[in-house]
Design a protein around this ligand. Structure first.
Ligand code: PEP
Ligand code: MN
Length: 372
């Protein structure tokens, strides 16, 4: 059960204390307080954990300072929607908004290789009005002899170049909790020229200790990838580990699932789950066409399969697109064959905008139908 306090109830107020006293005396029920940053104000949500079935919503709703009481299911209780359209969703990070209504493109390098390539990429993004990117420094690889990413040693120039080209948010995968400290330290040393969204890769979707560590920190929001071989429900429960530890600034990313039924694509594209995620949770939903499709094959209409997949996700309401680009894909150290070229960036962005317009028209049609 979630008890939401009115926005004007301060932590040191009498109402706050009276209500919290009452709730903490409920037998067998533990309380956990979450301060949720909305667009305008901070909201206090009190989670009642334990056997809440016998509690009466009415008895709690009349306590001082209480605005709403929501009965939630056991699963993903913080990130879930629970048929309550009014709860705050989305967040702002380093001046960029992330919600179920926004759309941000994160085009960039799968893996950082040279500072020249990073600079070419970031300059192209700036020239196209983009403020977000992806840059892999820590790469989880199937083969231990494959390039594992430059790690800490590239962070300095990546962050400084991001600042130079007005990039506000970099999606960067981490595979160990020590990477969070390395990123934090380097951002401090370089004077915080940019922001980082920590990416949990599909191989770590159920690395619960990593999720708890990332959930405990409040500095960085998280881009959480769906597990490639588990159900959507299992992935959502795993994402909830982040929120249960205190970090609910989470974007959920679809990236395809592993099965030969998806051949010749790298994974079976699962972007029809975009609306499902929006219905079940309050998280913004990202799609990763590069790691779903995994190639630069095109169909007779001249469009890459990965552009078609992107459009399918965006037409279904996706809020973020994570996509591999590279200035010289033949020289990329990871995933060159699926990278789009810098000279294709403008085309890609226009294609995304076209798909987004289509989604917005579809929303209007749906609203007219409900109104009639
Ligand atoms: C990536 O985005 O670079 C990546 C490795 O993705 P995934 O974890 O989805 O395979
Ligand atoms: Mn990759």
């Amino acid at each position: 059960m979630i008890v939401i306090l009115s926005s004007n109830v301060a932590e040191n107020s009498k109402e706050y204390r009276l209500t919290l006293d009452y709730l903490s005396r409920l037998p067998g029920i533990a309380t956990r307080i979450h301060n949720v940053q909305g667009a305008q104000q901070v909201l206090t949500e009190i989670y009642l954990i334990g056997d809440t079935k016998t509690l009466s919503v009415e008895d709690i709703r009349v306590l001082p300072g209480v605005e709403r009481v929501i009965r939630v299911s056991e699963e993903y209780r913080i990130l879930g929607r629970h048929r309550d359209g009014q709860r705050v969703s989305g967040f702002e990070y380093n001046g960029v908004s992330f919600s179920q209504d926004t759309l941000n493109v994160f085009a960039g390098l799968c893996a950082v290789d040279t500072s020249e390539h990073v600079e070419l990429m970031l300059k192209a993004l700036r020239d196209h009005g983009q403020v977000c990117t992806r840059m892999g420094a820590y790469k989880p690889r199937t083969n231990p002899y494959s390039f594992q990413g430059h790690g800490k040693s590239c962070l300095n120039y990546v962050f400084e170049l991001a600042g130079k080209y007005d990039i506000k948010v970099i999606a960067m995968e981490i595979t160990h909790e020590s990477h969070v400290d390395e990123i934090h330290e380097c951002l401090e040393q370089t004077g915080r020229p940019t922001g980082v969204m920590l990416q949990i890769g599909t191989r770590n979707t159920q690395n619960f200790e990593l999720l708890k560590a990332v959930g405990r920190q409040q500095d960085f929001p998280v881009l959480f990838k769906r597990g490639f071989g588990i159900t959507l429900n299992e992935s959502l429960n795993a994402a909830e580990y982040l929120a249960s530890e205190g970090n609910s600034r989470v974007v959920f990313c679809l990236r395809g699932v592993k099965t030969n039924m998806g051949d010749p694509h790298r994974n079976l594209v699962d972007f029809s789950h975009v609306p499902v995620l929006k219905r079940l949770t309050r998280m913004p939903v990202c799609i990763d066409p590069s790691h779903s499709v995994g190639s630069r094959e095109r169909s007779p209409d001249g469009l890459y399969d990965l552009m078609h997949a992107t459009a399918q996700g965006v037409v279904a309401g996706a809020n973020m697109v994570l996509v591999d680009f590279h200035p010289v894909p033949t020289k990329a150290l990871v995933d060159g064959p699926q990278a789009m070229l810098l000279e294709e960036l403008g085309w890609f962005l226009e294609d995304v905008a076209t798909a987004r317009e289509c989604y917005e028209k579809r929303q209007i049609l749906a609203a007219q139908r409900v109104a009639s």
